[in-house]
Write a protein that binds this ligand. Sequence first.
Ligand code: 5GP
Length: 186
Amino acid sequence: MSGRIFILAAPSGAGKSSLVAALLADDPQLKLSVSFTTRKPRTGEVDGVAYNFTTVTDFLERRARGEFLENAKVHDNYYATSRTWIAQVLSEGRDIVLEIDWQGAEQVRAAFPAVHSIFVMPPSLDELERRLRGRDTDSPEAIATRLANARIEMEKASRFDYTVVNDQFDHALVELKRIIAQCRAA
Ligand code: 5GP
């Protein structure tokens, strides 16, 4: 039996990555897709684990060869999902989490209409700004870009099947697990 695809999208700083890490720790059936990106690694990010970090030239060559299921430019960097990895994991009957932006979500929906899409909302834009500044990994310019993009991203939330507000981590995690269980049972 083929596996399912769950898209998790959120503006950066909404706490999506921590939620995904907690989901995966508890659910051996779920596999996280490691995206390709031309963004520079942040402190602590390991190549092949956080992302497959690559150059713009390599990225564009791979894209031209049709290696990506979806791709998008987000915050001035390119991001993409590997087509072959997705096909392989689905054929093993395992479920996949894609941590991608709304542009990528549109492309994956077009390719896999049965995809389940979940949007993780921060409690507010003020709280998002506080979290982005607090994590201290991006320059003030990068934070400003991310906040501007967050507004655009949040306008797309209604196109997703589910919305989870991450005001309290534990509540949001329970809600995510409930949605995944419901999709699996359907
Ligand atoms: P960050 O640079 O903070 O890790 O991610 C920035 C944004 O890029 C986030 O909104 C994230 O969901 C998105 N992103 C990460 N990987 C992919 C991908 O493979 N495809 C698309 N379309 N977006 C991605």
